[in-house]
Design a protein around this ligand. Structure first.
Ligand SMILES: [Zn+2]
Length: 106
């Protein structure tokens, strides 16, 4: 059973909206809301605001036990000589510049 295009669009919007509010769309003190502005316009403005501040999207790193490397959200791989992300004080992905978010592998 397929969702209608309207439903898919609104799901996509809700997911994007969740991401943007997690990135501070409502709490960033430098970003002001404009009365009467549509959600879409505000989202576009917020993404531009972030790129002006030099903020990149997060990069999710997932450790592969079997292959002993991290799979990066941007499609690259990375391996540490010893230990992991926290022990080596890595905060940003060396490939895409996004903040590293460690994802649990199952
Ligand atoms: Zn990356």
């Amino acid at each position: 059973m397929w969702d209608s295009p309207e439903k898919q669009q609104s799901d996509a919007w809700h997911a994007l909206h969740g991401e943007l509010s997690a990135m501070g769309m409502y709490s960033d003190p430098d970003f002001k809301r404009i009365d009467g502005e549509s959600g879409t316009k505000m989202a576009i403005r917020f993404v531009r605001h972030l790129s002006r501040k030099g903020v990149k999207p997060d990069c999710g790193w997932e450790y592969s036990d079997r292959e002993e490397y991290y799979k990066c959200g941007c499609g690259k791989m990375f391996t540490f000589i010893d230990d992991g992300i926290k022990e080596n004080n890595f905060k940003f992905c060396p490939y895409c510049g996004g903040r590293i978010v460690e994802e649990s592998s199952e």
